[in-house]
Design a protein around this ligand. Structure first.
Ligand code: ATP
Ligand code: MG
Length: 416
């Protein structure tokens, strides 16, 4: 038997209501903040990610699904959304007509990581990006939007973690400091830290290995090395969050895994998720559009992991999937039932019948399972009397309804 590829999962009909809720919440909410949807391809030229995310990042170095196209080009399944969106923004000159561009996207991402709870090789993200805004007000708004989105999905237990990682003026000097501080410390640290100490020292701060924690605490902190511009920008982001009544925790070790981040970085975690506790992450990426060949436009955004969010969305009462279940019991009733089924569906109701002609009992069971609100029965006796028997399932009441009035009767009842 062929099974789903390791690290991928099926969203089954019983779970799909949660997915619809997450998608509908995104569309409804983001529109109110002025964001419009963009849909980009799931694969791109490999170079886009190598240049956009950074060759030394874990994603590019270890996690990409890259394959040779038949003509020899190198393609990659997108591991995240921002690079592709930036490519599209530049390619279609979207910033020319709208220098303050707000867009969002939904869709699958692909990373070859070790699968575990909350970590898959194909997963889904909701992605929000705002281009052309340098003011700290947009940082606060984007963060507020991220939290409002969780709220709209019914998720309230979470923590916002915040940091500033500096910019092109102050970060290089800090990274150099870090590299120097790591020179004698790294040899006693974990293999990942040893590797990152030189190639990507910022990522050492992200290390979760217990034995390394005391060492990491002795490293210089970016917070103490921000330039005046970054420090003022970050202070204003924090002030505006306070103004909006949004609690946060500062964490000088929150650096995020992608090279393109500058200044504000943030993450929202939930204790209910276990080891993979981060439900969304984001930050500012002011140099990225220019790096990828576009205008010098600022950018900020976040990505929510939908598999993780789905674990937090509270289950809702199962909604009935059927307004009217038709039960033609006599062979002569089938044609009438088929026509009525079509008329009910045309008038916007969910109508179903069992074309297999099973027993009355098993059909009643089916009606129950579908959550049918009304069952309309047409047996020999009803045909002889020119009526349908209509059963109101919630009230356990039934009545005769004349054939001529059955459509209007059911419409009226079902829409009441
Ligand atoms: P993590 O620290 O959990 O590896 P990340 O920093 O790699 O996360 P981002 O690249 O910022 O994550 O992606 C944003 C969100 O996408 C994460 O907060 C998470 O909810 C989700 N996500 C990332 N990788 C995966 C994955 N392999 N499977 C499921 N969800 C994922
Ligand atoms: Mg990751």
């Amino acid at each position: 038997m062929i099974q789903a590829v390791r690290g991928t999962r099926d969203v089954l009909p019983d779970e799909v209501a949660v997915w619809h809720r997450m998608e509908a919440a995104a569309r409804g909410l983001f529109a109110r903040y002025g964001y419009r949807e963009i849909r980009t391809p799931v694969f791109e030229e490999t170079d886009l990610f190598a240049r956009g995310i950074g060759a030394e990042t874990d994603i590019v170095a270890k996690e990409m699904y890259t394959f040779a196209d038949r003509d020899g080009g190198s393609l990659t399944l997108r591991p995240e959304a921002t690079a592709g969106i930036v490519r599209a923004v530049i390619e279609h000159s979207l910033l020319t007509s709208d220098p303050a561009l707000k867009i969002y996207s939904l869709g699958p991402m692909f990373r070859r990581e070790r699968p575990q709870k909350g970590r898959y090789r194909q997963f889904h993200q909701v992605d929000v990006e705002a281009f052309g805004f340098v003011s700290p007000t947009i940082d606060a708004e984007v963060i507020e939007l991220a939290l409002a989105y969780l709220d709209a999905c019914g998720v309230s237990e979470h923590e916002l973690v915040l940091n500033s990682v500096g910019d092109r003026h102050c970060r290089p000097a800090y990274v150099q400091l870090l590299r120097e501080a790591l020179r004698d410390r790294a040899p006693s640290m974990c293999p990942d830290c040893r590797r990152r100490a030189d190639t990507n020292p910022l990522r050492v701060l992200d290390c979760k290995v217990k034995e390394d924690q005391p060492t990491i605490e002795t490293l210089p902190r970016i917070t103490d090395h921000l330039c005046a511009g970054c420090a003022a920008h970050f202070a204003e982001v924090c002030r505006q969050l306070e103004l909006l009544g949004i609690p946060y925790r500062l964490d000088h070790r929150l650096v995020r895994g992608l090279d393109y981040y500058v200044r504000t970085t943030f993450e929202v975690t939930s204790g209910r998720l276990g080891a993979q506790s981060s439900v969304l992450g984001g930050g500012r990426y002011d140099g990225l559009v220019k790096d990828l060949g576009g205008p010098d436009a600022a950018g900020i955004g976040f990505a929510v992991g939908l598999e993780r969010l789905a674990l937090l969305v509270p289950p809702r009462e199962v909604e009935g999937r059927c307004d009217v279940f038709l039960m033609p019991l006599a062979a002569a009733g089938l044609d009438r039932a088929l026509r009525l089924q079509r008329e009910l569906r045309q008038s916007g109701l969910a109508a179903m019948l069992d074309p297999e002609g099973r027993s009355f009992k098993s059909r009643m069971k089916q009606a129950d399972k579908l959550g049918a609100r009304f069952v309309a029965i047409l047996g020999d006796d009803e045909i002889a009397r020119g009526v349908w028997t209509v059963r109101d399932m919630a009230r356990s009441e039934q009545q005769d309804v004349p054939e001529e009035g059955i459509l209007d009767h059911l419409k009226e009842k079902a829409n009441a």
